[in-house]
Design a protein around this ligand. Structure first.
Ligand code: MGD
Ligand code: MGD
Ligand code: SF4
Ligand code: MO
Length: 704
């Protein structure tokens, strides 16, 4: 009989925020359970976390480096050693750098991962300003709007450090109570906060578990959130429900906002948002008069032409009600002291001149297009590869993304990936995107990594421990370190190995990584109302209702509304033929974007892609539960199975994203026939961030 050894770690089957106990028997991981002592998750674990063991030992994992042996996309591969892979990649990249400049090499990744800062560091060290990603449709509209409005990202204070819990919670375009975790928070905390008796307001076009429990559910027309927020602001200002002391002392621009609000009478807001005026008034009063209140926001706000102004309006709601940085409100976390979380090479803003030569920073692809977006807008990258303008783009180093199934304009992307001269992908599995690569390198899963998990800089860091090794899979951090050493910038990665790096992060705290493994967590010491000592980190030092940064960049300094570019109001002639409004890619618990389709326990529960549709709408179209249906947008059509969903708005449907079929014959794994991303438009988009209307475009549905 072997003893079961239990190791404390932090799950990372999603963004990773849950403390877990990894059970090891006879040198093998046998179970992963929630850790009740972990304060971020309190024992919570979701279906993905439980499936970690299946994921770790999955037979289809990539286990050694692969080099393309046939034509691109032909699915012929040759096994090679790490040495050969790294040597060839180094030679290729060095040649491009020398002959075409570092800007000819593009770095990219998908969603945020534990190695994100390493990746950006690599880009800086290499000297390329071109880091391509989906920042514009995820998180960054909220992050950058927060930076310029109040100098940081406010996050719900569910933990009671200040002796108070939220008494009113607004959940706006965010479903983490169901999906599990996002943006540094575990959804379980939201459920607990609600159980403590807080009032609950939900703004979501779909019925979600929390909308059923809410005091008010605003079933909004997709893409009109900024209007609803302006309506609420109008009530709050008119009825003088705002925090007069805070507004007077710590904000600028209320008068100008008052003027702007005149353009948004509640009848107009009601007509366009589909939320009755009475409900808007109730929401505004409940939120503004129940203190403290916090507001949790999500992807439902990021993916439309109003993304940036949505975020601005929701920040102003928090600001004028005096809920910023107060116990139980929306706070700026204080991360643990003395932890080296960043370095001169680690910054979201890869174009900061002191980090990159100003000459080359100016060469960022589309530099003037969306100056507040630190990343390159993907479509500018596709154009550069296809046309060779403004300069030749030769290589793509893509870590952890499957954009053929998660991005938009995917047929153009496919051409781009075929055309680019050199394409390296790092992933755990072969994917549709991987099919087009020249090299595919095998990455380690979270159970094969040592790390200090920093969760978007919240109030603590947690330990992640390496407990397994699969084939020749490498931690992404190690891959970048080793590649940097072979290129000419090893000095920017001055660590012997990943453990050495972990010790470097902890150095100033006085504890070693070995000691940290025992402790498991380091906490920051929370302080509230920090602005009273430090002001807000904005040009005026105040909370900027009227944004000086937006004014300077030539954008609207106050929230304003754009009608979705494809809607019953803006394009009635298209709506005649495409009468329904589609939202896409609302996350489900069992999958992470395009991932985990090959994990049997999870796939069994979700064998096919689903379209959520109101039962009466379905009946009118002759569609029954489980029928295969066509979903057609003005751009393409795909097939999914109907899931009749009572409570869904009769005019709105939801199509799942990220679908491909690992079990189908490569080469294409069926990604063009079933995935909602085929339907998307990428233009017109948000003027500030380039956010695209993936939630809220026109479609029709019929039996197929
Ligand atoms: N229609 C529609 N599309 C959407 C969305 C939507 O709402 N609607 N949501 C969007 C959002 S919010 C995002 S963030 C993007 C995400 O887009 P992606 O990041 O492209 O999504 P994933 O499917 O998670 O792809 C990640 C790939 O990385 C691999 N991977 C996982 N972990 C690791 C790791 O540790 N190291 C390495 N090297 N590889 C790893 C996985 O196997 C997978 O193949 O999708 C977007 N796509
Ligand atoms: N299980 C699981 N967890 C995940 C992920 C995953 O793929 N799977 N992905 C991770 C990532 S990268 C991210 S960014 C987060 C995202 O997590 P969330 O922020 O929860 O994002 P979504 O599920 O895309 O959308 C949230 C809600 O917005 C609603 N919504 C859609 N359109 C609108 C609209 O126009 N207005 C409003 N008010 N609401 C709207 C949807 O109905 C949905 O319920 O989740 C992370 N966590
Ligand atoms: S929510 Fe995320 S971190 Fe938590 S158990 Fe699920 S996959 Fe793991
Ligand atoms: Mo995301």
């Amino acid at each position: 009989m072997f003893e079961v050894k239990i190791v404390k770690s932090t799950c990372c089957m999603c963004h990773g925020v849950c403390g877990v106990l990894v059970h090891i028997k006879d040198g093998k991981v046998v179970k992963v359970k929630g850790d009740p002592d972990c304060p971020t998750s309190l024992g919570y674990i979701c279906s993905k976390g439980r499936a970690s063991v299946e994921y770790l030992y999955h037979t289809e994992r990539l286990k050694y480096p692969l080099k393309r042996a046939g034509a691109k996309g032909e699915n012929k591969w040759q096994r090679i050693s790490w040495d050969e892979a790294l040597e060839t990649i180094t030679q290729k990249l060095s040649t491009f750098k020398r002959e075409y400049g570092p800007e000819s090499i593009v770095m990219s990744q998908g969603t945020g991962r534990p190695y994100t800062t390493f990746n950006i560091r690599f880009a800086h060290a290499l000297g390329t300003p071109n880091f391509v990603g989906g920042s514009h449709i995820c998180y960054f509209p909220r992050l950058i709007a927060s930076d310029i409005t109040c100098g940081g990202l406010p996050i719900c204070d569910f933990y009671g450090f200040g002796g108070v819990y939220p008494k009113c919670i607004v959940v706006w375009g965010c479903n983490i109570a169901e999906t599990g975790a996002a943006d540094g928070m575990c959804g379980h905390q939201l459920i607990l906060a609600h159980r403590r008796g807080a009032k609950l307001i939900v703004v979501d076009p779909r019925p979600i578990p929390l909308s059923k429990k809410s005091d008010i559910w605003a079933q909004i027309r997709p893409g009109t959130d900024v209007l609803l927020a302006l309506g609420m602001l109008r009530v709050i200002v008119e009825e003088e429900l705002y925090d007069k002391y805070f507004v007077e002392k710590w904000t600028i621009g209320l008068e100008r906002l008052e003027n702007r609000l005149k353009d948004y009478p509640l009848e107009k807001v009601e007509e366009l948002t589909w939320i009755p005026e009475k409900t808007i008034r109730e929401m505004a009063r409940l939120y503004a008069t129940t203190k403290p209140a916090c507001l949790l926001w999500g992807n439902g706000l990021d993916q439309n032409v109003n993304a940036f102004q949505n975020a601005r309006a929701l920040l102003i709601l928090r600001g004028i009600t005096g809920n910023i940085d107060v116990p139980g409100g929306d706070v700026f976390w204080v991360p643990p002291k003395d932890l080296v979380q960043t370095s001169p090479y680690l910054s979201w803003d890869i174009t900061l001149p002191e980090r990159l030569s100003p000459e080359i920073a100016k060469k960022k692809l589309g530099a003037n297009k969306y100056p507040l977006n630190p990343l390159v807008w993907p479509h500018t990258f596709y154009d550069a590869v296809m046309t060779g303008k403004p300069y030749p783009v030769k290589a793509l180093l893509l870590m952890g993304s499957n954009p053929l199934t998660t991005a938009s304009n995917v047929l153009k992307l496919e051409e781009t990936l075929r055309k680019i001269e050199f394409f390296v992908l790092v992933d755990l599995f072969m994917t549709p995107t991987g099919q087009l690569a020249d090299f595919v390198l095998p990455a380690a899963s979270w159970l094969e990594q040592d790390d200090i998990a920093d969760h978007h800089m919240i109030w603590c860091v947690l330990v992640r421990q390496k407990v397994a090794e699969i084939g020749e899979c490498w931690d992404d951090k190690k891959i970048l370190m080793e590649l940097a050493k072979r290129m000419d910038f090893g000095d920017c990665f001055p660590w012997k190995d990943v453990k050495d790096y972990c010790n470097w992060v902890l150095k100033k705290t006085g504890i070693s990584f070995e000691e940290f493994k025992e402790i498991g967590i380091l906490k920051g010491e929370m302080r509230y109302r920090k602005y009273e000592q430090e002001g807000f980190n904005t040009p005026s030092g105040k909370f900027e209702i009227y944004s000086s940064v937006l004014e300077e960049k030539g954008y609207d300094p106050l929230p304003s509304y754009l009608e979705p570019p494809e809607s019953p109001y803006s394009t009635p002639e298209i709506a005649n033929n495409y009468p329904l409004i589609a939202i896409t890619g609302c996350k489900i618990q069992d999958f992470f974007h395009s991932e985990l389709r090959q994990i049997e326990s999870l796939r069994k529960k979700n064998p096919d892609p689903l379209l959520e549709i109101n039962p009466e709408t379905a009946e009118g179209l002759g569609i029954r539960e489980g029928d295969w249906v066509w979903i057609e947008s003005p751009r393409a059509r795909i097939r999914q199975r109907a899931k009749l969903t009572s409570g869904m708005h009769p005019k709105v449907v939801h199509a799942q994203h990220g679908w491909w079929f690992p079990e189908k014959e490569p080469r294409d794994y069926g990604w063009k026939e079933y995935n909602a991303n085929m339907l998307l438009a990428h233009e017109p988009n948000d003027p500030i961030m380039g956010s695209e209307p993936w939630k809220g475009f026109l479609c029709k549905v019929y039996k197929g």
